[in-house]
Design a protein around this ligand. Structure first.
Ligand code: R5P
Length: 297
């Protein structure tokens, strides 16, 4: 069975359909004091998958704490988390003394609740595997880069792919290799939430269709800084493709004001820019995990 929450119903039902799972909504009531009451189906099968993409994560982490313990008391023995967006992965070191390494804390918290985690393009920069951050039995990392690449080549002719920072190289290289596209990667220095400086390496940009590709856009300032440079360098068109469309409320307007043509994203985070359905890939991943959907052979 797949459990989901009403605000992520559409993506969850796409996954339930792709994985041939019965789906049920976790009823959620928020009391006036902010506390939550959850209600799950009264009886659960042995294997339960919870779909919860963890954008705006704080309240969702409490939901998962309550839902998983309740699910186990209602009969679930194997609990899988499908979190297409996994939160807190960017806070992966103590940048100043005393700062929380939230990646490790949240990763271990989730690993304590679930047997399996399936996610897409988690921001793993200083650790090599998801299991290091979230030590679950089965940790599965998928990527949206190739599906975004398939979309990009349908929309633009031989575009140049640009990663806005060194961390994006893993995804840009993958997307470029899939269709034999050129790519380059900028250098980024961030000095604040919305203060970002980007340098473009020497690249032939003039007259070319350019697509900026990254794992996520939040304030949009990383993409905006890269777009300004590309515009100055004479790009014929500039589009944006991201796996996770976190987009702060004013971010898209800022990008449009810079003359960015299209913004495409996967449905890992529900957003008007969604153009890639990840459900088939998520379903395939679940099916491949021993014991996740059916008893081990
Ligand atoms: C960080 O390295 C990520 O890959 C993104 O580049 C970053 O999180 C984007 O954030 P923003 O849109 O706020 O600049």
């Amino acid at each position: 069975m797949l459990l989901y929450f009403e605000d992520q119903r559409d993506a969850a039902l796409r996954l339930a359909h792709a994985a041939t799972l019965a789906a049920a909504c976790v009823e959620r009531h928020r009391f006036p004091d902010g506390e939550l009451r959850l209600r799950l189906p009264a009886k659960l099968p042995e294997r339960v998958t919870i779909y919860r993409s963890l954008n705006n994560p704080n309240e969702k982490l409490v939901e998962l704490l309550i839902a998983t313990q309740t699910a186990r008391s209602l009969g679930a023995r194997q609990l899988n988390l499908v979190a297409p967006y996994l939160a807190y992965m960017r806070q992966d070191m103590e940048f100043v003394p005393g700062e929380a390494v939230s990646q490790r804390v949240v990763g271990r918290f989730l690993a304590g609740l679930f047997d399996t985690i399936v996610t897409v393009d988690p921001h793993l920069h200083r650790v090599a595997t998801l299991q290091e951050a979230a030590p679950v039995k089965h940790a599965v990392v998928l990527t949206g880069a190739e599906a975004l690449s398939d979309l990009i080549v349908q929309r633009r002719n031989k575009p140049l792919l640009v990663g806005p920072d060194s961390e994006s190289e893993q995804w840009v290289a993958l997307a470029a290799a899939r269709h034999g596209l050129d790519y380059t990667v900028c250098n980024k220095v961030r000095s604040g939430d919305r203060e970002v400086a980007v340098a473009l390496p020497p690249t032939l940009v003039a007259g070319r269709a350019v697509v900026i590709l990254d794992d996520m856009a939040s304030t949009g300032h990383t993409v905006a800084a890269a777009a300004r440079l590309l515009r100055t360098a004479g790009a014929a068109s500039i589009d944006v493709a991201v796996t996770h469309a976190l987009f702060a409320p004013d971010a898209l307007d800022m990008l449009r004001a810079l003359g960015i043509d299209e913004v495409w994203s996967t449905d890992c985070v529900a957003h008007p820019t969604n153009a890639v359905n990840m459900a088939p890939m998520l379903a395939q991943a679940l099916r491949a995990i021993p014991g996740a959907l059916a008893p081990d052979a």
